[in-house]
Design a protein around this ligand. Structure first.
Ligand code: SF4
Ligand code: SF4
Length: 306
């Protein structure tokens, strides 16, 4: 395989087994993203936490830009869509489940989609993203379905910071608020990370940079997740556009400037490859990175293709 110079060098320190998995992956190799396509299927409507920055009119900010909410699919519809896209876009090699809520807060729907796909399209590489709350309990299921990598959104490792980001979590059938909620979420995220690394599943960590809330703290997050074996830490900007609503409880919260984002990405880079071309794709993105061909593969169009 022939990664391009820059990304190959950037990833040179990673163990061979990890490099083999991220080589030719559109999200991790700057070269591959010109040659391979990815898609997300929106099968996961529910979420088990509330992030202050989430506006549920849109897709989960784990991985997605504000926009129109994705067309929700059942697992059967999602599988149909993936097979139709794969037949029409031969470069389609990667399938992710990233929303519109938290994929692991919808375990039946998410796992059923993976189960069918690993059977019907075994060459497609699978990934999932999550806020991490339900992760430890689902690690064994994730391993069964041969999921190549998991993205955990980790915005903090300190519950005092977390309390400013997460107003509540839904845990053991109860709503838990404040610092206690953040404490549980953080513990679950870290445990999930450790369990996946132990089992050889690649873990990428996403952090949303929220100026004045976790900007000074993200270096510490980066250090800890690297230490625990995350292969990539991706710092993404808070998207605080007027049409995306305000930061719940913090009116007028702004997103970071490009310079603030760059500075933090540099500070966190260390010896770990940083992903700077993540496009925060929508939960139903289809096509090459930076391109969205989802409108060509809506359900009615797929039915018409049959
Ligand atoms: Fe919203 Fe995603 Fe946070 Fe859930 S995890 S509240 S869907 S941003
Ligand atoms: Fe890749 Fe980021 Fe898009 Fe997910 S959101 S498909 S990781 S570029």
């Amino acid at each position: 395989s022939s990664g391009c110079g820059s990304s190959a060098d950037r990833l040179a320190h990673l163990p061979e087994a990890i490099r083999a998995k991220i080589d030719n992956h559109p999200c991790f190799s700057e070269d591959a993203h010109h040659h391979y396509a990815r898609m997300h299927v929106a099968v996961a409507p529910a979420c088990n936490i509330q992030c202050h920055y989430c506006n549920r009119k849109y897709d989960c900010s784990n991985e997605s830009r504000p926009g129109v909410v994705s067309e929700l699919l059942t697992p059967d519809q999602a599988v149909k869509k993936v097979l139709a896209v794969a037949a029409n876009i031969p470069q389609m090699t990667v399938l992710g489940i990233a929303g519109p809520g938290d994929p692991l807060a919808n375990p039946e729907r998410t796992l059923e989609t993976f189960r069918q796909l690993s059977e019907k399209a075994p060459d497609i590489r699978l990934c999932v993203s999550t806020n991490g709350l339900a992760l430890p309990g689902l690690v064994d299921e994730i391993c069964k379905h041969n999921i190549e990598h998991v993205t955990i959104t980790i915005n903090c490792v300190d519950p005092d910071v977390g309390a400013k980001i997460y107003p509540w979590i839904f845990w053991n059938n109860r709503r838990i608020k404040g610092r206690k909620a953040a404490e549980i979420l953080i513990a679950q995220q870290q445990k999930g990370l450790e369990m996946l690394v132990e089992r050889g599943v690649l873990v990428k960590v996403n952090s949303v940079l929220i100026p004045g809330v976790n900007d000074a703290h993200l270096k510490e997050v980066s250090r800890i997740v690297k230490e625990k074996g995350a292969f990539l830490h991706n710092v993404m900007p808070l998207i605080a556009e007027p049409e995306h609503g305000t930061f719940y409880g913090l009116m007028g919260q702004r997103g970071p400037t490009n310079e603030e984002l760059q500075t933090l990405q540099d500070a966190c880079a260390g010896d770990m490859a940083m992903m700077r071309h993540c496009r925060q794709c929508r939960a139903d993105a289809v096509g090459m990175l930076g391109e969205d061909r989802g409108h060509e593969f809506t359900l009615d169009k797929i039915e018409a293709m049959e």
